[in-house]
Design a protein around this ligand. Sequence first.
Ligand SMILES: Cc1cc2nc3c(=O)[nH]c(=O)nc-3n(C[C@H](O)[C@H](O)[C@H](O)COP(=O)(O)OP(=O)(O)OC[C@H]3O[C@@H](n4cnc5c(N)ncnc54)[C@H](O)[C@@H]3O)c2cc1C
Length: 451
Amino acid sequence: MIGGDAAGMSAASQARRLKGPDELEIVAFERGHFASYSACGIPYWVGGDVPERDRLIARTPEEHRARGIDLRLRTEVTEIDVDRGRVRTRDAGSGAESWTPYDKLVIATGARPIRPDLPGADAAGVHGVQTLDDGQALLDTLARSGGRRAVVVGAGYIGVEMAEALINRGYQVTVVNRGREPMSTLDPDMGRLVHRAMEGLGITMVNGTGVTGLPTDDDGRVRGVATPAAEYPADVVVLGIGVRPQTSLARAAGLPLGDHGGLLTDRAMRVRGHENIWAGGDCVEVLDLVSGQQRHIPLGTHANKHGQVIGTNAAGGYATFPGVVGTAVSKVCDLEIARTGLREKDAHRAGLRFVTATIESTSRAGYYPDASPMTVKMLAEHRTGRLLGVQIVGREGAGKRVDIAAVALTAGMTVEQMTSLDLGYAPPFSPVWDPVLVAARKAVKAVRQRA
Ligand SMILES: Cc1cc2nc3c(=O)[nH]c(=O)nc-3n(C[C@H](O)[C@H](O)[C@H](O)COP(=O)(O)OP(=O)(O)OC[C@H]3O[C@@H](n4cnc5c(N)ncnc54)[C@H](O)[C@@H]3O)c2cc1C
């Protein structure tokens, strides 16, 4: 296994479940200090909701080793020799290099965060949040910094989650974002709701602007974020501007990569054209079941499932990963943000004609205490009425409602079929017509009008 986190260690654990140490020797190389950690939990650890780092570690190295997985931390794989079936490794402590042979190889190297090639990007006080080491470094800066101003660069889900974390730490937060609206995984009209809500939380939103540099003081510490129009002062800067598949090793080994730079696999997560090599997690491209196109969607939920499939197959069993519908959920303070399926621009790109329906509803029956507004946007295919995508922005209860749509998308349902879904109802949980069903009804009308 190359890579000791979600995909790699899920694969190792699953393979070990199916085959004992006498039948299958498993060696996992991880270049970092940690394995089996939840990067997804970093914003909540930094923000103080999760009190300590170790809560984010699903299984310790000792636990893996006790189960017969030879996990080697601080050991980087520097080369894959496909012809001879071996990998070259370097020990981070001693620098010693050696070759390890394999019969079966699993590549689970994840994604690498994009770092802007700008003056000051590596200055003290500028942080990414990809690994537990990154999270610890950021917490150390927050503890040391006497300041109170933070700038987050990027307004994807990691950017908005980090904005919340910094608010929880008592910082005045500015988010600088190149996109027209935050959360580019939503259509701009839904992103606009997130924008307004974030401003309502006291976050300064600077959209539609690139960063030109990260000015530093005489000690080399970051002192702000510069854009063409202004400089935003900062005691700490967090970068959340996206990731790319980490596939330089695979590329050098001549393994097949797709248009998005991720490894290409079949449904068994086997690297195309290579019987004994599997790959999964953030380093692969996945099939989008709605558009039928290959995409790079780096999410822990996929990485864990890939690992299960790979572990089963590498141990001689049979499992497949059919693809994804692109479901993701996030939050900034009490605002929940969810999406699944295609945005308008994805549908255009896939050559699909569609209608949209956007509705306002509430999280509970209108008369029930604490009912809060919720906006649901739905895309349906022109003529057929097939559900194409759903986006939801609201407060408590909004986010996980998207799972109804994820199931409907996976089942290939039409919006008309969705209107008769037998969803649970009681006043504390939803209005009698759930917001998702209200959106489906409106989408049905739009499909009929178009027809
Ligand atoms: C802040 C944050 C919040 C997130 N929140 C969510 C969320 O809410 N929901 C969600 O679904 N996803 C979330 N994610 C994404 C999720 O964490 C990733 O999709 C998931 O960790 C991918 O697992 P992976 O095993 O493919 O890659 P990674 O977790 O990146 O693990 C890859 C491992 O491989 C190691 N490695 C790489 N190259 C080598 C090499 N040459 N030799 C040895 N080791 C190597 C790396 O050190 C790394 O530990 C979040 C990510 C971040 C950063």
